[in-house]
Design a protein around this ligand. Structure first.
Ligand SMILES: NC(=O)c1ccc[n+]([C@@H]2O[C@H](COP(=O)([O-])OP(=O)(O)OC[C@H]3O[C@@H](n4cnc5c(N)ncnc54)[C@H](OP(=O)(O)O)[C@@H]3O)[C@@H](O)[C@H]2O)c1
Length: 320
């Protein structure tokens, strides 16, 4: 039995749909009931707030001898509404993870897969010196700090149950929210974007490739106790990313050159420095460990993933 937390989220719901197609036994957890858990699948889901749940309740839901894929997390907050974001990240990403691990150990769960983030390694890495599993941790914001703390707690359990940590970069896929949705809307609206001069490289991860990596971690005995960085095969520049999305949306992207220095000045003026840095900086991931140890390769190229993603934002094509 596989318990999937964050079952209503972007990653968790895709994993649950995949497990359902593969006829593998699973149970999903989140506060809101997802679409996949309606009708005949209703019994495969429990509604639960991980922050307020008691250890006894969690223990009752943990699968003895099974696996937990812990996808629930406070992530990609576009407009922060919490007065104390650090505490909000800590409550779900750290404290609830600790509580779930305690319950998992008490119940005799065999494997615990934790979905972390590449942001624990930092915000920038060039193609020449990409992030790898042994790189020092350098979390730069409250979200990344909470994931780094949670990873440490997960590692403390390594002698008691099989732990696996996955660190993905920004993920995209049909109906992705956040910055991908903004970019896709801009492409669909044929907005001219001043991004043609950017010469960065970034690793991303198509949702279906993430699901495939999670399944590899579920099944491979040699994944136990390991941390893996995971991404698509290709690292893309921002103009390449936008052109890939545009292919799916169904028309070409309108990009024009603008010196990156000017973009940074504009970012400072508009208090959007972080957005501009994510568009201009490089963040490249070395995925040799997961490829070599788990014999995993992403089933989709980034171009295939972007095309499928772009299509989902085009009302005409998405309906086909
Ligand atoms: N998406 C990315 O680009 C990305 C990149 C790197 C790492 N990650 C990590 O990957 C994991 C999944 O990300 P995602 O994109 O699927 O996030 P998401 O779409 O925001 O989903 C988050 C999930 O967590 C659940 N959740 C939130 N608060 C909860 C609570 N108090 N109790 C129980 N469940 C709660 C949400 O369900 P309810 O709101 O219904 O409770 C939802 O199912 C996260 O841990 C994230 O940090 C994501």
């Amino acid at each position: 039995m596989i318990l999937v937390t964050g079952a209503s989220g972007f990653v968790g719901s895709a994993l649950c749909r995949h497990l359902s197609q593969q006829k593998r036994p699973y149970h999903g957890l989140s506060r809101t009931r997802p679409l996949w858990a309606q009708g005949e699948n209703a019994a495969l889901f429990s509604s639960l707030d991980l922050c307020s749940a008691s250890c006894a309740t969690l223990k009752a839901l943990c699968p003895a001898g099974g696996t937990i894929v812990h996808c629930a997390g406070r992530a990609h907050i576009m407009q922060e509404t919490e007065s104390d974001p650090e505490s909000a990240f800590h409550a779900l990403n750290v404290e609830a993870t600790q509580k779930l691990l305690e319950a998992a150990e008490a119940k005799g769960v065999q494997r615990f897969i934790f979905v972390s983030s590449i942001k624990v390694n930092g915000e920038r890495a060039s193609q020449e010196i990409p992030f790898h599993e042994e790189a020092l941790l350098h979390p730069e914001d409250a979200y990344a700090r909470s994931k780094a703390q949670a990873e440490q707690i997960v590692k403390n359990y390594t002698s008691r149950l099989e732990t696996v940590i996955l660190r993905p970069p920004l993920m995209y896929g049909p109906r992705a929210q956040g910055n991908f949705a903004l970019l896709a809307r801009a492409v669909r609206g044929r907005w001219p974007l001043p991004l043609a001069s950017i010469k960065n490289k970034r690793s991303f991860l198509f949702l279906e490739n993430m699901v495939s990596a999670l399944v590899a971690c579920l099944d491979a005995p040699q994944a136990a106790g390991e941390t893996f960085l995971v991404s698509d095969t290709e690292a893309l520049s921002t103009p390449e990313l936008i052109r890939g999305l545009a292919q799916g949306v169904g028309h070409s992207a309108t990009l024009f050159p603008c010196p990156p220095k000017l973009l940074h000045h504009l970012g400072t003026l508009l208090h959007k420095q972080d957005h501009i840095r994510r568009l201009t900086d490089s963040l490249v991931i070395d995925t040799r460990k997961i490829r070599n140890l788990l014999h995993w390769t992403p089933p989709y190229t980034a171009w295939e993933g972007l095309k499928k993603t772009g299509k989902s934002y085009d009302p005409e094509q998405a309906a086909l």
